[in-house]
Every structure is written in structure tokens, then in C-alpha cells.
Design a protein around this ligand. Structure first.
Ligand code: HEC
Length: 144
């Protein structure tokens, strides 16, 4: 009898855990559309990265580093698409993932360049690596 009660208690507990985890997964809905991510996160942060020139103080380097981290965060959001209609489906496509991953990798190079305070590497990462995936993704997915 005691054993049975224990089993029931354990089952109830597992059910409860399942419910909690289901409720949490509901909260993993995208909250921003792709357009909002572009305008709210990508544009201001890439403006900082591409505008970086003759950096001197630690604070200036830190600002660029933070901008690159935000691009990575935006890329993380873009892995799930956006809140707009059909955006989750688009984000499941291989090309979308490729361009997004390229953007994230480029932002990592920017972070590395700021760690080394290497302005040449920063400009190479920004212009040669960070910019192309923007173009490729827009060409394929931005409605005209
Ligand atoms: C994985 C795909 C993808 C990548 C990578 C990407 N974008 Fe976008 N971007 C889009 C899509 C899709 C739209 C169109 C959104 C819409 O109009 O709903 C867009 C739109 C934009 C817009 C226009 C927003 C508006 O108000 O119409 C800007 C600016 C922009 N992106 C900047 C960038 C920059 C800069 C980069 C590179 C650092 C970048 N994007 C990388 C998918 C991407």
C-alpha cells in the first residue's frame, strides 16, 4: 500500500514537471518580427561596428565588442525566425541558417579583433566577413 502511494506520488510529480516544462516551451515564442530585429538590433550595432575607426580608449573597444555580442544575440533570435507570419518556417530553411551562421561567425571575429585591439582585423572582419551574409540573405529573403 505504501509502495503504491509512493508510485502515485512520483507519477503526479512527473506530470507536474511535464506541465511546467510544456508551459515554459510555450514562452519560447519569438517576440519580435525579423524587421524589428533588423531595425532594433542589427542596424544600430552594425553601425557601431562599421563606424569604428581609430579606437583608442578601452571604453571605445568595449563598445564595439558589445555591439558584436548584440549581433550574435540577434543571430541567436534569427535562428528561430521572427514573430511575423511564416518567419519561423523561413528560418527552418538551410540557406537562412547558412547566412545567419555566417553573420554570427563574422561577429565572433569582430569580438576577437576587439580582444586583441587589432583595428586591421576589425575592419577586415567587418567589411569582408560581416557584410556579405547581409547581402546574400536579403537577396534571397527580403521582399521587394
Ligand atoms: C538570415 C537572414 C538575414 C541576415 C543574415 C540579415 N538580414 Fe537584414 N533582413 C532580413 C529580412 C528577411 C529582411 C526583411 C524583413 C521584412 O521586411 O519583413 C531584412 C531587412 C533588413 C533591413 C530593412 C528593415 C526595414 O525596415 O525594412 C535592414 C536595414 C537590414 N535587414 C540590415 C541587415 C544587416 C546590416 C545585416 C548584416 C549585418 C542583415 N540585415 C543581415 C534577413 C536577414
Amino acid at each position: 500500500m505504501k509502495k503504491k502511494l509512493t508510485i502515485i506520488a512520483v507519477s503526479l510529480f512527473s506530470l507536474l514537471c511535464l506541465r511546467v516544462s510544456l508551459a515554459q516551451s510555450d514562452e519560447h515564442q519569438p517576440l519580435l518580427s525579423v524587421k524589428e530585429i533588423m531595425n532594433g538590433l542589427i542596424t544600430p550595432t552594425t553601425t557601431t561596428i562599421w563606424g569604428a575607426y581609430q579606437l583608442e580608449t578601452d571604453a571605445q573597444w568595449q563598445e564595439v565588442r558589445n555591439a558584436a555580442l548584440s549581433v550574435i544575440a540577434a543571430g541567436n533570435l534569427l535562428q528561430f525566425g521572427g514573430a511575423g507570419e511564416g518567419e519561423a518556417e523561413t528560418a527552418a530553411e538551410a540557406d537562412w541558417k547558412t547566412y545567419n551562421q555566417q553573420m554570427i561567425e563574422a561577429a565572433r571575429l569582430v569580438v576577437l579583433a576587439t580582444d586583441n585591439k587589432d583595428e586591421e582585423a576589425l575592419s577586415a572582419a567587418g567589411n569582408d566577413v560581416l557584410y556579405p551574409p547581409c547581402e546574400s540573405c536579403h537577396q534571397q529573403y527580403q521582399a521587394r
